[in-house]
Design a protein around this ligand. Structure first.
Ligand SMILES: [Zn+2]
Length: 409
């Protein structure tokens, strides 16, 4: 089910410091069909590598357990649809040809590649979630149902050629065999091509207390320095950066094999990282203490509201799973969670046993409710619009970033 690591996954050093134990959690995406179904629990602990300074999980859950039936479908989020267009317009400026070969790692249902395809580019995706790659292929986005690694990079090179642009959104931090992926990227990209890596930025995690972004799929918690140090080892050099409008604080770093001038905004961010001591164990220990306090306060708030009112949640995301489990907010506090993803409907959250229902079904129920907790708080604006459409007129509890806040809708 899981393996405890003895050496750093990146630099192989054995001086590892476990500094944050979140307890045993069931994998966040292993939603249950029946409430009495038993799902194994896996430790969730953060450690700090004294040598390369990369923060990572102390245990690796079996990826087959986590990814093969992955239920997150990119296209179900309006925010993701919009971002796909923004992403395309940013990348377009970096492409040297009108019609390029674009390759995406963990391409999900093909939402992002589809925008490139519509503009006349040749596209290819790879995604290990078999059920979702079937959907992508049906939608006309050629998708290989596999894990990307150095081996597969050779096969792709032979069968399809070298891409002009490769991107991987929120996938690099999720893979145990990360070194093989980075080698594969370096091997596959065209000599004058660009690689874009999107990852949940640890500066945001620290500054805004995103402890809910700690879950089994998320093995590495990168700063720009730790990520780019890794890529430099495989001759991929950073030159630019963009902020991602979704996921509540992700960055996209652009790499090339040829040395390019480093953009000022990237230099500035690296300087800021040094100033706040992002790569120090002391900083991360403070994060742990603050997270613990935040989750205790949140539970108390929910308990107090529950004395007089019923509460429901919105957004059964991977992040919500950690928030609920770590804060011990279960089915005795939340009556149900609304989620737009039809693959999640009528299932129960792992560990906390809360029923997930569709917006259609929710519409009949939520008129009688005064409180909704926004579990997928990183999609706040989108969800408030959805709640208004569902005629919800109570208060919303927004647990993060930083402090829990309550708003009138
Ligand atoms: Zn290390």
């Amino acid at each position: 089910m899981f393996k405890k690591i003895k050496k750093c996954r990146l630099c192989k050093n054995d001086k590892l410091n476990i500094f944050f134990n979140l307890g045993n959690h069931q994998p966040s995406n292993s939603l249950k069909k029946r409430i009495n179904e038993t799902i194994p629990s896996i430790p969730l602990k953060l450690l700090f590598c004294n040598s390369c300074k990369t923060v990572q999980l102390a245990d690796t859950a079996n990826p087959k357990l986590l990814f093969e039936k992955y239920v997150w479908v990119t296209g179900t989020s309006d925010g993701a649809q919009k971002y796909a267009k923004v992403f395309y317009s940013r990348v377009k400026k970096k492409l040297t040809k009108k019609k390029s070969f674009i390759f995406e790692i963990a391409s999900n249902d093909g939402t992002f590649l589809n925008v490139f395809k519509k503009k006349g580019n040749r596209v290819l995706g790879v995604d290990p979630a078999k059920n979702i790659s079937i959907v992508a292929n049906k939608n006309g986005i050629k998708t290989l149902p596999e894990f990307f690694d150095e081996n597969l990079s050779n096969k792709i090179k032979q069968s399809y050629g070298s891409p002009d642009f490769i991107f991987a959104r929120n996938v690099i931090p999720h893979v145990e065999g990360i070194l093989s992926i980075v080698k594969g990227l370096s091997n596959l990209i065209k000599e004058d091509g660009t690689v874009a890596i999107e990852f949940h930025y640890s500066k945001k995690i620290l500054n805004e207390l995103h402890y809910d972004s700690i879950y089994h799929e998320h093995l590495f918690y990168f700063s720009i320095q730790t990520l780019t140090n890794l890529f430099k080892k495989y001759k991929l050099l950073p030159f630019d950066v963009d902020k991602s409008p979704i996921s509540g604080g992700s960055l996209v770093i652009y790499f090339s094999k040829k040395r390019k001038n480093i953009k000022t905004k990237l230099k500035n961010l690296i300087n800021y990282e040094k100033k706040i001591k992002i790569n120090s164990l002391k900083t991360w220990k403070k994060f742990k203490n603050d997270s613990k306090k935040h989750s205790e306060k949140l539970l108390n708030l929910i308990k107090n509201i529950k004395l007089n009112h019923n509460i429901f949640g919105y957004g059964a995301s991977a992040r919500s799973s950690t928030l609920l489990n770590y804060s011990k907010i279960n089915h005795s506090y939340l009556d149900f969670i609304v989620d737009k993803n039809p693959l999640k409907s009528n299932k129960f959250t792992a560990g906390t046993n809360i029923k997930i229902i569709s917006p259609m079904l929710a519409k009949k129920k939520i008129k009688n409710y005064k409180y909704c907790i926004l579990l997928a708080w990183n999609f706040k604006r989108e969800i408030i619009k959805d709640l208004k459409k569902l005629k919800f007129s109570g208060k919303i509890i927004v647990p993060l970033p930083n402090k829990t806040k309550i708003y009138e809708i």
